[in-house]
Ligand binder design. Structure first.
Ligand code: MRU
Length: 346
């Protein structure tokens, strides 16, 4: 993260290195993962998070399994890869990128007819390809998305859809970066994003490092800033875009409703691997996380012991609230959805 070219996750000859996002912004600590179990632990504890990064991490979990495998037969390695995929599938249910990356590699494995050693190489190669494609997709989204913004815009964003949520550059923050690269000096309002504070800890950190002006607010200040005319546009990322809605970090829907009420355009930036047009929002799994994330801030308890807690990590924003979705192929308005070919389709 020291410069824009440094990556959030990297494959280094049988070791996957990533920055521990739970320690930011106070400490830049790196984690070395050598097995699928290490990756699963990093995902569950949110050392690794953000939909596109979860996809790449899932792919690298299979790459680690293949690289370190002692299998003597192709069938044995295939079984090991399927078991590893099962472990990763149980980590976090909402971001479809994770499932998409596993399926993409397993389809390749099943269709492979060569030697055992070439099968392992194929898995590693495909995982690296998925990581490279993420960087390209973000750059492309940045280029298309920047067309929607003008010099001086104040843009509100939620959670972290930046370089840290991807391999590099970011989705929503990639669009903001692209604006700056084109000389459009947009300013950002970042919501803190309770309960895990990705906005305060990660988005503010990333933008400050890049010298992009950012003002941090608490989640319940969105109505205040919109009512005062302080926000020109909203841009967020997504964990899954389904037939009728965008599923993203809890609090996104509230922001979308406020944006509609105040006539503020609401944009979503997400790669094709985030689209899951096979299902409706009512069929999508929304992750529920442990109650301590709500009863505590960091390690500090703030709520009475034993209080009942609801902690959904994501919410559903119907497409009626979405002005447009920016993907690597261009800008999609609602009427374009039916014609669109995402990575997952029936
Ligand atoms: O729980 P998280 O931090 O993994 O949630 C992340 C988000 O909701 C992001 O907005 C989304 O994954 C898009 S990231 C480009």
């Amino acid at each position: 993260m020291r410069s824009r070219s440094v990556r959030t996750i990297e494959w280094r000859n049988g070791v996957v290195v990533t920055i521990d996002q739970t320690k930011l912004p106070n400490e830049e600590a790196f984690v070395e993962m050598r097995s699928c179990e290490h990756v699963a632990e990093a995902i569950s504890t949110m050392k690794i998070r953000g939909a596109p990064l979860l996809g790449v991490a899932a792919a690298f979990a299979l790459a680690l399994t293949a690289y370190h495998s002692k299998a003597r037969q192709k069938e044995e390695l295939t079984d090991e890869l399927e078991s590893a995929a099962k472990i990763i599938r149980k980590t976090r249910p909402t971001a479809v990128n994770l499932f998409w990356a596993l399926d993409r590699i397993l389809v390749k494995v099943k269709g492979f007819s060569g030697e055992l050693k070439d099968l392992a190489a194929l898995v590693v190669e495909e995982a690296q390809k998925i990581a490279e494609e993420d960087v390209d997709a973000n750059r492309s989204m940045g280029k298309y998305g920047a067309e929607l913004f003008v010099d001086g815009d104040v843009v509100l964003t939620h959670c972290n859809a930046g370089a840290l949520a991807t391999v590099a550059y970011g989705t929503a923050l990639g669009v903001i970066r692209a604006c700056w690269e084109q000389g459009k000096k947009v300013r950002v309002i970042a919501t803190e994003t309770r309960p895990k504070l990705q906005g305060a800890r990660l988005t503010a950190y990333e933008l400050k490092r890049d010298g992009i002006p950012v003002t941090l607010i608490t989640d319940n200040m969105v109505g205040y800033v919109m009512h005062r005319g302080m926000v020109d546009k909203v841009i967020v990322g997504a964990d899954r875009i389904v037939q009728d809605a965008v599923i993203n970090k809890i609090g996104t829907f509230t922001i979308a409703v406020l944006a509609k009420e105040h006539g503020v355009p609401f944009y979503v930036a997400a790669p094709r691997s985030t689209f899951d047009l096979t299902i409706k929002s009512s069929e999508a799994a929304i992750e529920e996380r442990e109650s301590e994330e709500v009863t505590h801030i960091g390690s500090q308890r703030i709520a009475a012991e034993g209080v009942e807690v609801l902690n959904p990590a994501f919410d559903v924003t119907p497409l009626d609230y979405v002005t447009a979705v920016i993907c690597e192929n261009g800008i999609l308005y609602k009427e374009d959805f039916r014609k669109f070919k995402p990575c997952h389709s029936k």
